[in-house]
Design a protein around this ligand. Structure first.
Ligand code: SAH
Ligand code: SF4
Ligand code: F3S
Length: 433
């Protein structure tokens, strides 16, 4: 029987990858994807709780399904992912129209859980195995056709004091290299050209070889045209890894290296275990080894105890490093993390003012960086039509910059040379050569 699955994914790339795996498992018991809530037999949320805003978004959407469940009580509604892990039982108390809650360590059991609910309806909550085994023998139902994610490790042991991830994703565990190689070979055989190796902290990969060696080995797999990875923690981005990026034929010249803050005092209170000085030296080393590398980062404003001076240090820092782009976040108090109990929580209005100022400074730098590419020719991997105009195609440079150009007779997955004619803050426009 053909059953329909409506899958909603929130949060980071790890959740995207997990959703594709859950969809793969559910396809084995007869579910195919639908966009339509009304056609769905199963509605599955894969959730995020990294900031309060992420959590509110999920609860808002779950709340909106109350009426649907009243009209069609046979629909199964499930919640998986980080918010499910965090709130467990409480999620059902708050939203009794949810049938099941499944923790992050048990996403591999989603099909078993759904089958059991198909047989017998009841509330089911299972978040017991936080650091559960990474599911193998899974055939993910991948979105897109050009770029995809391959998880190499799960969990995080870093315990930055603001962050809920280690509490909801469990301890670090790494997949075996052979399993990763097999999955990469499979995706390459399916035609994917751009592969991102994923982990909360890829540098801590410990599946029997260093991450640098793993990267070098994957780089040699036939069909892998572009190879990326995320996320790196500055505390242990090794010389060996920098060399592997510089030397890997397909390893792209882009490193996402979250710094979080520009003041040593705050970095210490965040438990980031590096100093501004150490980060700057690392950037120098990376830029010397990998010409034209693009560097992106994450930054938090309004961490408890952040003074005007500390914030000014972050502004100075982004002016010094000149990141290609930065994701900027307002500190969000997460119950259960140490920083939630720190004194001197920063006022909301100040947080917002600081965010605006930081974004203004960084946006000007992003534009300045992109302008240096005007009149140059870059290699672009074509993604397909843009959202707004089917005659305008989008693609990415090796440095992960978004490029817009005319469709011509191009197809998703083509490599083209594009001459950049106009740079903007978040994208480049160009002409296919
Ligand atoms: N493992 C990755 C990503 C973690 S979550 C890493 O360490 O880089 C992605 C980003 O969310 C973090 O880099 C951080 O900037 C931000 N973040 C995490 N917890 C936060 C919080 N409580 N408030 C605001 N931003 C937060
Ligand atoms: Fe969170 Fe820090 Fe782990 Fe990243 S390294 S997931 S910010 S605890
Ligand atoms: Fe969110 Fe979980 Fe990712 S909290 S950012 S979905 S690891």
């Amino acid at each position: 029987m053909d059953k329909k699955l409506k899958l909603l994914t929130y949060g980071c790339q790890m959740n995207v990858a997990d959703s594709e795996r859950m969809a793969g498992l559910l396809s084995k018991i007869g579910y195919t994807l639908t966009d339509d809530f009304d056609a769905a037999d199963l509605i599955l949320f894969n959730t995020c709780c990294v900031r309060a805003t992420a959590e509110d978004k999920v609860y808002g959407q779950i709340g909106r399904l109350k009426a649907l469940k009243r009209e069609r009580p046979e629909v199964i509604i499930g919640v998986a992912g980080c918010l499910a892990q965090k709130d467990g039982e409480n999620l059902i108390k708050r939203s009794p129209h949810v049938d099941f809650v499944l923790g992050t360590g048990q996403s591999g059991e989603v099909a078993r859980v759904v089958e059991s609910l198909e047989r017998e309806r009841r509330h089911l909550v299972d978040t017991s195995n936080l650091s559960g085994e990474i599911p193998h023998e899974v055939f993910p139902l991948r979105g897109g056709s050009v770029s995809t994610f391959v998880p190499i490790m799960y969990g995080c042991d870093n315990f930055c004091t603001y962050c809920i991830v280690p509490h909801v994703r469990g301890r670090e565990r790494s997949r075996k290299p052979e399993e990763i190689f097999a999955e990469v070979q499979q995706t390459a055989a399916e035609g994917f050209k751009d592969i991102t190796l994923l982990g909360q902290n890829v540098n801590s990969y410990a599946g029997g070889m260093t991450f640098a060696r793993l990267l070098t080995a994957v780089d040699k797999i036939s069909g892998v045209e572009r190879l990326r990875f995320m996320t790196s923690h500055p505390k242990d981005l090794s010389d060996e890894l920098i060399a592997a990026i510089a030397e890997g034929a397909h390893v792209c010249e882009h490193i996402h290296l979250p710094v979080q803050h520009g003041s040593d005092k705050i970095l210490r209170r965040m438990n980031r275990v590096y100093t501004v000085e150490k980060y700057l030296r690392l950037v120098e080393k990376i830029r010397a080894a990998i010409p034209n590398v693009s560097l992106t980062t994450d930054l938090i404003v309004g961490f408890p105890g952040e003074s005007d001076e500390d914030f000014a240090a972050t502004l100075d820092f982004v002016r010094t490093v000149k990141f290609d782009a930065a994701f900027t976040f307002i500190y969000s108090k997460r119950t259960g993390t140490p920083a939630a109990t720190f004194d001197n929580q920063v006022d909301d209005e100040i947080k917002h003012r600081r965010l605006d100022e930081l974004m203004k400074v960084q946006n000007a730098i992003s534009l300045e960086k992109n302008r240096t590419l005007e009149n140059s020719v870059v290699e672009v991997l074509v993604d397909g039509a843009s959202k707004t105009d089917e005659n305008i195609f989008t693609g990415r440079t090796r440095t992960n910059k978004l490029v817009l150009f005319e469709r011509g007779n191009l197809h998703a997955g083509d490599f083209v040379n594009v001459k950049i004619t106009q740079a903007q803050t978040f994208l480049l426009k160009g002409v296919v050569q």
